[in-house]
Ligand binder design. Structure first.
Ligand SMILES: NC(=O)c1ccc[n+]([C@@H]2O[C@H](COP(=O)([O-])OP(=O)(O)OC[C@H]3O[C@@H](n4cnc5c(N)ncnc54)[C@H](O)[C@@H]3O)[C@@H](O)[C@H]2O)c1
Length: 279
């Protein structure tokens, strides 16, 4: 009889999480530690990482490691790989989770939510650099290391429902941004790059299958993070399950994709969106 706990175990597995200090990145780090793996929290901003790791180690009895990285820089990505190998000697899993998101973009760039007709070239390019070129660099460098493992590895690329369908622009009407003056929306660069993640996944799934490196996409739906009431109502009315996601609701899927529980799965897109893309 198979032991189901063993099937979902990440015992001795070293998993790099880009954007590991973000809203969802932290929940993945926690889940990996609970599954007995070693999360490597890789982020351009490590503010609070030390405290987060202390809490994580205390709560899970596991171990965490943080490394600063700018995924858009080749040199910085190589440094992340070197530091991880120095600490653990191997890399078994990768979550390509860092992105230019509404939360980060909205707070840092006033024109992030501009209308398409005036959309700034620099922000379109920044979305491409972060969401695609960053994913390319990290995957290239870490995949090289995974090829050396006799049991390959598992790569999870994080997309979005807006990489599968267009945003419904009507849900932003009458909303107030929690980040500043403008109402929020989903900019073109975000949706376009998230769509490209799906075929980036399929390409590498077929390319690296012979090395037992599995590559899958996780497509999350919107997570509640202090949005205003109008937005929450507009969003929820479009979701068959009638609500936004809670941040921990992707942990189970992530452990499934990283572990042997998904050993016959590659090139797939696991959509978890309360049913948003069903209709
Ligand atoms: N939160 C949601 O509702 C939602 C929905 C669908 C998909 N997603 C996807 O899930 C992933 C995580 O989302 P989140 O809500 O946790 O976002 P977040 O903004 O909280 O976290 C993203 C993290 O990426 C880091 N980052 C940005 N640029 C970087 C760079 N150049 N190098 C290294 N790190 C960098 C940021 O510092 C941040 O910690 C993203 O790919 C996002 O598109 C999120």
């Amino acid at each position: 009889m198979r032991n189901i706990q063993e099937l979902f175990s990440l015992r001795e597995k070293v998993v790099v999480i880009t954007g590991g200090m973000g809203l969802l990145g932290k929940t993945y780090a926690e889940a990996i530690a609970i599954a007995n793996g070693y999360p490597v929290i890789a982020d351009i901003k490590l503010n609070g990482a030390e405290d987060f790791i202390k809490i994580l180690e205390h709560e899970t009895g596991g171990e965490g490691f943080a490394c600063e990285v700018d995924i858009t820089s080749e040199k910085s990505v190589q440094n992340l790989v070197e530091q991880t190998l120095e600490k653990y000697g191997r890399i078994n899993g990768l979550i390509n989770n860092a992105a230019l998101t509404v939360a980060k973009g909205g707070t840092e760039f006033k024109d992030y939510f501009s209308a398409f007709e005036n959309y700034p070239l620099k922000l379109w390019q920044l979305a491409l650099d972060t969401n695609l070129t960053g994913m390319f660099l990290v995957t290239r460098e870490i995949g090289k290391q995974m090829k050396k493992n006799s049991d390959g590895g598992s790569i999870v690329n994080v997309a979005s429902t807006y990489g599968v369908v267009s945003p419904d622009h009507r849900i932003y009407q009458g909303t107030k941004s929690q980040y500043g003056e403008q109402s929020i929306n989903t900019p073109i660069g975000y949706a376009t790059t998230k769509s490209a993640v799906l075929n980036f996944t399929r390409y590498l799934a077929t390319y690296w299958a012979k090395y037992k490196i599995r590559v899958n996409t996780l497509t999350p739906g919107g997570v509640f993070a202090g949005h205003d009431k109008t937005f929450v109502n507009n969003y929820s009315s479009r979701v068959p399950l009638g609500r936004m996601a809670k941040e921990h609701e992707y942990q189970g899927a992530m452990i499934f994709l990283l572990s042997d529980a998904s050993s016959y799965m590659t090139g797939a897109n696991l959509i978890i969106d309360g049913g948003w893309t069903c209709w």
